[in-house]
Write a protein that binds this ligand. Sequence first.
Ligand SMILES: [Zn+2]
Ligand SMILES: [Zn+2]
Length: 637
Amino acid sequence: MTNGHSEPKSQAFSVASRLNGRPAPAAGVLSADARVPGPGERIRNPWEVVKQSELDDRLDKLDGKIKRKLDTKMCRHGPKGMCDYCQPLDPFNAGYLAEKKIKYLSYHSFLKKNNSEKNKPELGASFIPPLVEPYFRVKKDCPSGHPQWPDGICSKCQPSAITLQPQSFRTVDHVEFASPAIVDGFIDAWRKSGSQRLGYLYGRYVQYDAVPLGVKAVVEAIYEPPQVDEVDGVSTNPWENQEAIDGLAKLCGLEQVGVVWTDLLDAGAGDGSVVCKRHADSYFLSSLEICFSARLQAQHPKPTKWSDTGRFGSNFVTCIITGNESGEISIVAYQMSNEAVEMVRADLIEPSAEPETMLVRDEEDDDARGGRTRYIPEVFYRKVNEYGANVQENAKPAFPVEYLFVTLTHGFPDEPKPFFRDLGFPVENREALGEADQPAAAAKLLRVNDTRTSSDGLKVSNFHLLCFIHGLSALSKASLSTAPEFPSLPTPHPARARANTNHGPPVQDEEKLLCHVATQHDLADAFQLRSTPGWQTLLMILQPAAASKIIPTKKRPRATAGGQGGAGGGGESSPPAASRSHAHPSPPRPPPPVPAIASGDGSSDADPDERLAKRFAAVRLNPRHDGRDVPSPHARP
Ligand SMILES: [Zn+2]
Ligand SMILES: [Zn+2]
C-alpha cells in the first residue's frame, strides 16, 4: 500500500464500519413475502403457484426481439424476405449489447437466454425451471438419513466448491430519480451538517426501454429512518414505524426499492467541490457496504415463476452519493450479486478492514451463538495474473470485492413528472439538524387558520407530510379492521372509533384518499377529502401548532414516532419484528419537541456507550487471530 492511498482507505473504512452499526437480522429467517417459500426450499411447478409482479408477468409475455432493417449490402432478398443479416436479434444478443454499451443482461433477457439453453420443447423433455439461485449452505433433511448438520454431513448435503464469477445480469438496469429535488433535499442534510445521511428509496418498478426487456426503479421519495450521522459515517437506530411507512407507500402505489447514503467530503476549495474517494485505484463499494446491502437484498427476495425455489435475486438497489473524479457530487448505483447475497446468508464472508477485500470466514471462528454452525466450502475465483494468464485462485482467506456486485445506470427523466410536487415540508428524523417543526409546517401548508374557501387543491403532495399526518392517526383507514399489521389500538381516535363502531356503510378510507390526492393531484378528490370527518379532526389537532410561534425547546428525550417508547428502549436487542407489534401512534398529543442543534455528538439520546458499542460491533466482525493486520477502529472524533 502506498502512502498516497493509505489515508483515503482508512477514511473509507471508518465510513463503512459505521454504516451498519446494528447487526442486520439473520437473512432468510425473514420472508419479506409470504408467497415466497424459505430459501433453498424447492417447490413443485413454481410457475403454477408463485405470484410475481405484474411487471414481470407482462415482460414474460414479450419476446424482446430486436428488429433490424434490411442490410443493403448483404440481404439478397425482396422487402418481405428475411435472412441471417436482417432477422430480429434475441434480447440477449451479445453483439447488440456491446454495440449499445450495455454491460449486463436484463433479468428477463437472462431468463430467456437460460430458458432457450435449458428447455428445448422440440425434444419433448419436461420443462425445467430455467433459473437456479445459488445455495451455499448444508442442505436440510439429507436423504442419507444421518443426523442434521452440525452433527452429521455427507457428500449429498454439503455445499460444493464455489467458483465466483462476475454476474452477467442485473434484475434492475436503471435507477431513475423522479426529480432532481428528491436527491437535492436528501443531500441537504449533509450540506447543513457535514454529516453523512442514509435513506430508504420509495418508488416503483417500470419497464426500461433503453435495455432489451429492461426494468428501471423510479424513485419518488427518500424516507430517512432514525439514525446518528457523523462526518465519517452513519449508525442506524431501530426503525420502529417501518411497516407503517411501507403501508403508507403502498397506498401511494410505491414500495421500498432500495437504499441510499451519502459519502461526501467537502474538498475545501470553497467552490462546492467534493473529494473523490471512490475510484479505480481505491474501491467503489466497500466490503462492509456489500454485506449491508446484501442483507437488505436478502430481505427483499424477488418472487418468480421460473426458479425452482420460487424466488430469484432481488430488485432492491443501492445508491451512493459521493464525489466523482471531477469533484462533483454524483450518484452511483449497484446491486449485489446473487452469489454475494447467498454468501452473506450462508455466513461465509465478512468485511475486511480493507474496503476492496472480502474475507472468507473460518469455520473455527468463535461465534456468538457458540459452536460450529457454519460449513465453509472451498471458494475460488478466476483472475488474470501478472503473466496475463487466466488462473483460478483460492479465495481464502481474502478475495477482491469486484466479484460481488454489478453496476446500474441512473438518471433523471427529461420531463420530470414526480408523484410528490409540494416541496419544503421538513424531513422526518432530522431533529439533530435543527430542521423546522413539522406540526407548524403542516399547519401552514394545510392552512389550518385560513377560513376562506380556496379554489385550488390541497398542498399535501409530499411524502414526508403524508408520513407526518399518518403519525397523527386522525384519518380513518378502511383496511384497519382487517389489516393484521396494526394489531393493537390502545386508544382509538374518536374519529376512528366512530368509524369502527358504525355498522352502516363501509368505512371510508380517508388515508387512502389522502394518498390519492397527494399522488394523483385530482381537485375533486381534494374537495372530497376536505369534507371528511378525519380531515376536520386533523385540522383541529394542528390548531395549536398553527396558533403558536415556534419556540425552540430544550433538548429532550426524542419522542419516538409511535409515542409509546416501547420497543425503542431495547434498541440493539429488539428484533425488527418488534416494530410489527408496535402500537399505532396515539391520537392528539402535543407537538413533538424540537431539539436544538446538537453540540458535537449528534442528537441521539441513546446511551452514548450503547451507540459506541454499536459502532464497534461492525468492526468486531473481524475476530481474526491469524496475524492479519486488522486496524483498530478509529477513535471517536
Ligand atoms: Zn436479409
Ligand atoms: Zn448428508
